[in-house]
Design a protein around this ligand. Structure first.
Ligand SMILES: CC(C)(COP(=O)(O)OP(=O)(O)OC[C@H]1O[C@@H](n2cnc3c(N)ncnc32)[C@H](O)[C@@H]1OP(=O)(O)O)[C@@H](O)C(=O)NCCC(=O)NCCS
Length: 194
């Protein structure tokens, strides 16, 4: 698959935060920001380690927001499968996304998600899924997965939180169950627990 570089219009913004693909040497900094974003939740770091070592990882789909040389936010898209009636369809899952605690709610997440999603338009995957707040993600084009005929990989994902955003290669026959790769289960990173 040939993915073009991020267009220059995506490299600048209204402030001093820049969105770009993570460089390989930035993995630890990206990981640290994500763990901190989730309240020092170590399991996020373990999930990132597992994803990096799995078939679902794509170097070009780990995005960071940087201020100067400092990584201040991250978003990762990794591969999953939709078990559609006609055939298996390779799709993407947005997880995790995290902004350094001191910068949360200042527009960094919006910039990071908007600009990284724009890059996905050039890819073959037709859909991006996520588990997240139904009050936050619709602004990026996400809608409830059930509206397009998808079922969640776990009953522990509240239906409004199971969301999907079509990409240019989406076709309406693509329906069915979202199947997460093994790594999400190994790290118990699916849905909510009481
Ligand atoms: C969620 C997160 C990525 C959003 O990025 P951000 O830079 O803080 O958000 P922005 O400043 O771009 O956007 C602000 C908006 O997001 C909303 N928002 C922020 N965090 C939210 C959350 N956890 N749930 C719902 N809405 C949230 C704010 O209320 C605000 O809404 P408004 O524009 O209607 O006023 C960031 O807050 C974060 O890292 N949170 C901790 C980790 C996390 O929860 N990750 C996502 C799991 S689905």
């Amino acid at each position: 698959m040939c993915v073009p570089p991020i267009p220059s219009r995506l490299m600048t913004g209204v402030d001093d935060v820049t969105v770009r693909v993570m460089a390989p040497h930035e993995f630890e900094a990206m990981r640290a920001v994500s763990v901190a974003a989730f309240g020092n939740d170590a399991s996020i770091g373990h999930l990132l380690d597992g994803l990096r070592d799995s078939w679902a990882w794509h170097d070009e789909l780990s995005f960071v927001a940087v201020r100067g040389d400092e990584v201040v936010a991250q978003v990762l898209y990794s591969s999953a499968i939709v078990d559609a009636p006609g055939r298996l369809v390779q799709v993407l899952v947005l997880s995790p996304v995290g902004v350094a605690p001191h910068l949360q709610r200042s527009g960094v997440g919006t910039k990071l998600i908007t600009q990284s999603l724009a890059v996905l338009d050039a890819r073959d995957e037709p859909l991006v899924f996520l588990e997240g707040s139904p009050s936050y993600y619709p602004r990026f084009g996400f809608r409830p997965g059930a509206e397009l005929g998808f079922t969640a990989p776990s009953v522990r994902i509240p239906p409004p939180a199971f969301m999907v955003r079509p990409l240019p290669r989406y076709e309406p026959w693509m329906t069915g169950a979202l199947v997460y790769p093994d790594v999400f289960w190994r790290f118990d990173a699916v849905g909510l627990r009481p």
